[in-house]
Design a protein around this ligand. Structure first.
Ligand SMILES: NC(=O)c1ccc[n+]([C@@H]2O[C@H](COP(=O)([O-])OP(=O)(O)OC[C@H]3O[C@@H](n4cnc5c(N)ncnc54)[C@H](O)[C@@H]3O)[C@@H](O)[C@H]2O)c1
Length: 271
């Protein structure tokens, strides 16, 4: 029997993910796609994705009536608020890309309660970051310190609070844009919230995981570093992620991480 999967979001991640799912059509069926605005979906309604017909959020009733087993969110924090409850209550598991939505304790508690009540699971994707398996295992053994460092070219910080205090155009050396807890980083720099939240939720939590954000004229891609010290050892991880062609703020790897999570969800042997 095929795994029935629905998507929320059909932008850069949703379209790349849909292509990946269609390549596994012997095992997976896309039962529906929910979007907020039809423009990106219409743009994709040609070529290899032509057979998929996204529905607007307001038409969501028929979307869940297709009885997917797993719903994949790749639409943003507002979409988590708008749809997570209906997804879990209708008996589906929910795979989230917008992990940063869970930096809100009330939202997290509500999702936990809903999932428990419905006997379902909320699954968080590792997305643009790696090493989550090591971090969560090492957390069990005892972790002393975890630091997430995000490095972006100076221009990528335009429009953020950093632009008020730094001359981004004139930076000759890396400048620290933010240092603090993952919770404060999510509040002040929400565009970085997904990765910082994923590291924090897998390890020391939002209040005890440190975040440093750097404007670095020496990098051309968005770089992620995670450093952790604990009983089980020391981890130092650095990723240089290529941006997605359709949304440069999103790392291309994120859609592939979601695809891997969906394939694992229905695989007989899971790594
Ligand atoms: N975990 C990670 O590492 C990671 C990395 C990048 C992005 N993300 C998350 O994934 C999200 C999507 O990224 P993207 O690059 O595909 O964005 P995008 O802007 O290209 O596409 C967003 C899609 O979501 C839909 N949408 C927005 N609000 C909606 C709502 N309320 N209901 C239904 N559909 C809605 C839009 O219509 C669009 O189809 C981001 O907002 C971010 O939260 C996570």
């Amino acid at each position: 029997m095929k795994l029935r999967v629905a998507l929320i979001g059909f932008g850069a991640i949703g379209q790349r993910l849909a292509r990946g799912l269609l390549a596994h059509s012997e095992a997976i069926e896309i039962t529906g796609i929910l979007v907020h605005e039809l423009e990106p979906a219409q743009a994709a309604a040609h070529g290899d994705l032509a057979g998929l017909r996204p529905l607007l959020s307001v038409e969501r009733a028929p979307w869940l009536a297709q009885r997917p087993a797993l719903v994949v969110e790749c639409a943003g924090h507002a979409a988590v608020d708008a749809h997570a409850e209906a997804v879990l209550s209708s008996g589906c598991d929910l795979l989230l890309a917008s992990v940063g939505a869970l930096t809100d304790d009330i939202r997290l508690a509500r999702l936990r309660a809903l999932a428990t009540g419905a006997g379902r699971q909320v699954l968080l994707v590792s997305g643009a970051i790696g090493g989550i398996d090591w971090l969560s295992a090492a957390c069990d053994a005892g972790l002393g310190k975890v630091v997430y460092r995000g490095r972006k070219p100076p221009a990528a910080w335009a429009g953020s609070p950093a632009a008020a205090s730094l001359s981004l155009d004139a930076l000759a050396a890396p400048a620290l844009v933010f240092a603090g807890s993952a919770r404060d980083a999510a509040r002040d720099y929400p565009r970085n919230a997904n990765v910082a939240a994923t590291v924090a939720l897998a390890s020391l939590g939002l209040d005890h995981t440190s975040v440093e954000l750097w404007a670095d004229p020496g990098v051309s891609e968005n770089c992620h570093e995670v450093e952790a010290w604990g009983e089980a050892g020391h981890m130092l991880l650095r990723l240089e992620n290529r941006p997605d062609h359709d949304n440069p703020r999103t790392s291309m790897i994120t859609a592939h991480s979601l695809l891997r999570a969906v394939l694992n969800y229905c695989a007989p042997v899971v790594l």
